[in-house]
Design a protein around this ligand. Structure first.
Ligand SMILES: Nc1nc2c(ncn2[C@@H]2O[C@H](COP(=O)(O)OP(=O)(O)OP(=O)(O)O)[C@@H](O)[C@H]2O)c(=O)[nH]1
Ligand SMILES: [Mg+2]
Length: 260
């Protein structure tokens, strides 16, 4: 129960011994990569609640009305144009531009429900460092994923879990949230769709407290996917295998975090 800590053991009378639980207040940046999502972006933006303090839209040189629609829908939106190309490059641009204590990332095609953001924030405010959405744990699901992608994700996840002695249930899914202070530790480099796997790899290597929340993936509302299953699957595999035996000690990172 918020506002009443019953475990202090200091009760010396009515009302005494009860201290408010101080939950850290976190400011939240939402980073949204977009490329030609004019028919989808308003649907996403209209559902974003006051949990989010800042929206950073990273435009990949859209040739449609994506940016104009986004700005008319949310006049307070920050639009950043990516200099390179690819979803990974876009997200890294957005992460650098974000100013919130925590960063949430979400796609702009309507496949992820903004209402789930609060679940990610719940875990971050409860002590986790990196929270991944999962379509494959109880409460999650996907009405979007093709049988080929499901198989590919399963294979890549198996490789990941065995390389990192982990028990995650999803890997190639772009709904995540993390504390911005870990950006330097994660040292992201990916330019393409392998960015999500790279983030998870780096979070594990750094010893961050990682958890998953159920997420329901819906089909993209309009338009075509930018992902190419084989090309991007191979990039994910390389990302998972590269440097999997390296990494700084998790304890060192946690000690540094505690000092801040
Ligand atoms: N800025 C930017 N955004 C991109 C780029 N590629 C993809 N995106 C965005 O990243 C998000 C995910 O891309 P999608 O094309 O939906 O990829 P996907 O979810 O694997 O494919 P579907 O399941 O078919 O939707 C969407 O919001 C895209 O608009 C890019 O090169 N630059
Ligand atoms: Mg999509």
């Amino acid at each position: 129960m918020r506002g009443a800590n019953h475990s202090t053991g200091l009760s010396a009378g009515a009302g005494m011994g009860r201290r408010p639980v101080s939950r850290p207040t976190m400011t939240v940046s939402l980073v949204i990569p977009v490329r030609n999502e004019a028919r989808n972006v308003a649907w996403v933006l209209e559902q974003i609640t006051d949990d989010v303090d800042e929206i950073v839209l990273v435009d990949g040189n859209s040739t449609d009305a994506t940016v104009i629609i986004a700005q008319s829908c949310r006049p307070d939106i920050r639009v950043v144009t990516q200099e390179g190309s690819g979803k990974g490059d876009a997200l890294r641009t957005g992460f650098r531009a974000a100013t919130g204590d925590v960063i949430v990332m979400i796609d702009a095609d309507g496949s992820m429900a903004p209402q789930e953001i609060k679940h990610f924030l719940h875990f971050l405010s409860s002590g986790y460092d990196f929270v991944k959405g999962s379509r494959f744990i109880a409460g999650g699901g996907s009405s979007d994923i093709t049988p080929l992608r499901r198989l590919g994700n399963k294979f890549l996840l198996r490789v990941f879990n065995s390389a990192f002695k982990a028990e995650l249930t999803d890997l190639c899914y772009g709904y995540c949230a993390f504390h911005r202070r870990y950006l330097d530790v994660m040292a992201l480099q990916a330019t393409g769709f392998e960015i999500e796997a790279e983030m998870t790899v780096r979070a594990m290597q750094a010893g961050l407290r990682v958890t998953e929340v159920p997420s329901m993936e819906m089909p993209r509302r309009h338009g075509a996917s930018n992902l190419r299953a084989f090309r991007d699957g191979i990039r994910v595999l390389r990302t998972v295998l590269r440097d999997h035996d390296r990494g700084v000690s998790g304890r060192v990172v946690q000690a540094l975090a505690a000092e801040k």
